[in-house]
Design a binder for this molecule. Structure first.
Ligand SMILES: Nc1ncnc2c1ncn2[C@@H]1O[C@H](COP(=O)(O)OP(=O)(O)OP(=O)(O)O)[C@@H](O)[C@H]1O
Length: 216
């Protein structure tokens, strides 16, 4: 079976500067990876590439054994398999339910199934009963949990997390960590950036460490 992702001779440049240089990397399905590295080492750039949002300047990215072609017609089905959770997630001004249900609505999932899946996702992040709360009135940690529920509700093949635990208290951090480590068991590949030196050891999985855009 081919790896889920394969990166060959990938280079990402901004102007003359190479910010990502990965000669050969394979990422397996159903695994947890922690991605570490100093500020500016290329972590977000790599996640953006793995989310199919921004093509490399050169090199080849394969997903599920197929080369990614970066054409409009082929990107949507790929993007639907991957969810990227940003460092400071944006919640729109509506209910928690509407925020979590948004991706399901776009995919045409309605009615009872939509409600059931939203409730399941909210329960996973410890926010049962929050459906009707206004998203804009939540605390920072609660927003982070809603954003995680919004990602989980889609049951993505790949969940890319950009420092999901950077600004949350210990209780929320432990809860989200439990959710994150459970995901590979249900088939989701997780790639998570972190600045916490304890995370790779505590969460298990494989550690990837970037230095100046290259794997150390
Ligand atoms: N659009 C852009 N134009 C020019 N340079 C960019 C652009 N996006 C990123 N960079 C540069 O690419 C490098 C890698 O940035 P990236 O955001 O991937 O780092 P990071 O490891 O995620 O950093 P942090 O830990 O601070 O979030 C940085 O030097 C950054 O300034």
């Amino acid at each position: 079976m081919p790896p889920l992702y394969r990166l060959n001779a990938i280079r990402k440049k901004h102007g003359e500067r190479t910010v990502l240089a990965i000669d050969d990397l394979a990422l397996a399905a159903g695994k947890l990876y922690t991605l570490t590295g100093a500020n500016g080492s290329g972590k977000t750039t790599l996640l953006t590439l793995l989310a199919f949002l921004d093509p490399p300047t050169s090199g080849e990215l394969h997903f599920g054994g197929e080369p990614v072609r970066w054409t409009n017609g082929t990107l949507l089905p790929l993007r639907r398999q991957v969810t990227l959770l940003h460092q400071s997630p944006y919640l729109f001004n509506g209910s928690v339910f509407a925020n979590v249900a948004f991706g399901l609505k776009v995919r045409g999932i309605r009615g009872d199934e939509r409600r059931r899946r939203v409730e399941e996702a909210l329960a996973l992040v410890g926010l049962t009963g929050f459906d009707h709360r206004r998203a804009r009135e939540l605390s920072g940690g609660e927003c982070q949990r809603v954003a995680m529920a919004r990602a989980l509700v889609l049951k993505p093949t790949v969940l890319l997390l950009d420092e999901p635990l950077a600004n949350v208290d210990r209780e929320t951090c432990e809860l989200l960590e439990r959710v994150i480590v459970s995901l590979p068991g249900s088939g989701t590949t997780v790639i998570m950036t972190t600045h916490d030196p304890e995370h790779p050891g505590r969460l298990g999985g494989e550690r990837l460490h970037l230095v100046g855009g290259e794997f150390a």
